[in-house]
Design a protein around this ligand. Structure first.
Ligand code: C2E
Ligand code: CA
Ligand code: CA
Length: 561
């Protein structure tokens, strides 16, 4: 019988087993050294660990491997003393001690070896758990590719090796996935996503990386020389989905931002570059890849600032409503006004809407602003009623972003009613949508507003997509013809054609029973032309610019121009 393992040797064994490690290889190395220190004394001939586990969400493939942790030079017995434990996700690990030839352990020695074996297994269990955890935190488990953490880690590795400049970074969003989710069940849509990702991975080199950020957003790191081929591939991906009941082809394009990575210092900086490029591509609704540039970055920062500033500005009531009179073409009498927003910054500067409205439109915050304007307009009308001022209808712009809001009409009515303003004094200006399916929603919206006694005009008529189509479908009261279609203006140089077009539009609109407002009328000549062409109302600098509320109140006293 060998002597008991007390004292320094045991201490050293424990130290080695418990030492923190960064990889399985390091752990195996430490265990080997630890066993080396006690093997001779304990007559240990060989120690192995056998890990087996089925494939699972957390494990890319079936695992079945035996690793030799210790092997002495002497020959060994064939039967081993074994110790096993579960590794989670259906896996097991078995540790086997083989004694040297001709030796067998007594009960007490067996207990001692079990104790040491348990320590070894604990160390492996920790390592395996670490591995699984690493996979959970760095992989997109549904797509079986890295997630954002995994991608950032990958970038970190490339940066550390000084190789990042040889690559192009990508950030892209797949088109059409909403459609897949609409037509297929959740599970089938996931399978299509899985197939799509397999297509993305085709031709990807060992040192390249494609990762999923979530939903249909992806990032990638691709060698410079392969970048064009990658763009070509992700711009047109075909996925054939087939199961027992269904066979369907899907075609996916992408909105793509890309960036050169020269000089990037850390993964975060790379993510900023590629996501800025992507946002620029999205804003431009670009079919081409947009490459990152300093200007793009500045523009995005500016947009972010505007949005952040906007929310502060709303709280601080920095927005003022201006009123631009509309004038009856025949009588030259005031007949209403359009409410137009201005942003008065704390430094006194007045910002015109075109500098912030398009940004708020993209962001969706425009919806807050439109209700802010409606509220101010209703307060103004209430004041006119209270002070017995002449009353005229005021139109308020409502962005197309509101189309997604199913409660829009009741919310508008609630604001108007809260100021006790009769509905007939409010008009809502809507713009045409590029999306024909929105016509149905828009048409419902118009019907509901009209049922509430609120009138509706279609703004910027003639600049939209299928204007004539829309005329058939919607029952609005008023068409506002866009400035760019007004003849004899700064935009127009072929007056004869302009006049033909303009007169046809007015003729058609009148025949269909709409009232027509001409916007952007600046000169006497234009005014006279509009009058003769049959426009009902004029809104333009020829009569008035948008006026601050007090000036507009003064105008109300004399309604004649
Ligand atoms: P819009 O709704 O087409 O408003 C008419 C714009 O034409 C106004 O510009 C007005 O000042 C300008 N305008 C009127 N007459 C003339 C003219 O004779 N000559 C020229 N050159 N321009 C004229 P504004 O106030 O800068 O507003 C620009 C756009 O911003 C508006 O175009 C509208 O699309 C948007 N907007 C303004 N306020 C709001 C708002 O409260 N909500 C929403 N959603 N959009 C708003
Ligand atoms: Ca308008
Ligand atoms: Ca307009």
């Amino acid at each position: 019988m060998s002597e008991s393992l007390l004292g320094d040797k045991l201490l050293r064994f424990f130290e080695l087993i418990q030492e923190p490690v960064r990889s399985k290889e390091e752990l195996v190395e430490n265990v080997r050294t630890a066993l080396d220190g006690i093997a001779e004394q304990k007559n240990i001939g060989k120690v192995t660990i056998c890990r087996s586990a089925p494939e699972s969400k957390l494990r890319a493939q079936i695992e079945n491997q035996t690793e030799v942790l210790y092997q002495s030079d002497s020959s060994i017995e064939e039967t081993a003393t074994e110790l096993s434990f579960r590794t989670g996700e259906g896996g097991t690990a078995v540790l086997s001690y083989f004694p040297v030839k001709g030796c067998c352990w007594e009960e007490e020695e067996q207990h001692e070896l079990m104790l040491l074996g348990n320590m070894i297994l604990w160390a492996f269990r920790l390592e395996i758990m670490g591995e699984l955890l690493q996979r959970v935190t760095t992989m997109d488990l549904a797509g079986e590719i890295p997630n954002v953490t995994g991608f950032m880690g990958y970038l970190g590795g490339m940066l550390a090796q000084g190789r990042i400049e040889n690559y192009i970074g990508f950030y892209f969003n797949t088109h059409n996935f909403k459609y897949v989710n609409k037509v297929l069940s959740h599970q089938k849509a996931d399978e299509v996503m899985w197939l799509y990702i397999r297509q993305l991975l085709q031709g990807i080199q060992e040192d390249e990386c494609v990762a999923r950020l979530g939903g249909d957003n992806f990032v990638a790191l691709i060698r410079k020389e392969n970048a064009d081929a990658f763009i070509y591939r992700i711009s047109d991906v075909n996925v054939k989905y087939k199961d027992a009941t269904l066979e369907k082809n899907f075609n996916f394009g992408a909105t793509i931002g890309a960036a050169e990575l020269n000089g990037a210092q850390n993964p975060g900086e790379i993510m900023v570059r590629i996501s800025s490029a992507y946002q620029a591509a999205r804003q431009k609704e670009s079919k081409e890849v947009v490459y990152y540039s300093e200007e793009i970055h500045k523009e995005i920062m500016r947009r972010k600032e505007v949005i952040a500033d906007f929310h502060r500005g709303v709280v601080k009531q920095e927005f003022e409503v201006y009123y631009q009179p509309k004038v009856n073409t025949q009588s030259r009498y005031l007949c209403g006004a359009e409410a137009l927003i201005r942003w008065r910054k704390p430094d006194g500067g007045l910002i015109p809407p075109m500098e912030f409205i398009p940004i708020l439109e993209k962001d969706g915050s425009i919806c807050i602003l439109d209700f802010y304007v409606l509220d101010k307009v209703c307060a103004f009308l209430h004041r006119c009623i209270r002070e017995n001022k002449p009353l005229y209808k005021v139109s308020v712009n409502f962005s197309k972003r509101h189309i997604e809001n199913p409660h829009l009409v009741s919310e508008i009515v609630a604001v108007v009613d809260s100021h006790k303003v009769p509905h007939e004094w409010i008009e809502v200006e809507l713009t045409e949508s590029e999306d024909a399916k929105d016509y149905i929603v828009m048409s419902n919206l118009i019907d509901k507003l009209k049922a509430e006694g609120i009138s509706v005009s279609v703004d910027d008529f003639g600049t939209g997509y299928s204007s004539l189509n829309m005329l058939k479908m919607i029952k609005t009261d008023i068409l506002k013809i866009d400035q760019s279609l007004i003849p004899f203006g700064r935009y127009n140089n072929d007056n004869q054609k302009d006049c033909i077009m303009f007169e046809s539009i007015v003729g058609l609109a009148k025949a269909l029973g709409f009232q027509v407002v001409a916007e952007g009328v600046e000169t006497l000549r234009q005014y006279e032309y509009m009058r003769d062409a049959g426009c009902d109302m004029i809104q333009g600098y020829y009569f008035d610019k948008p006026l601050p509320m007090d000036e507009y109140l003064n105008r109300l006293q004399f309604g004649q121009y």
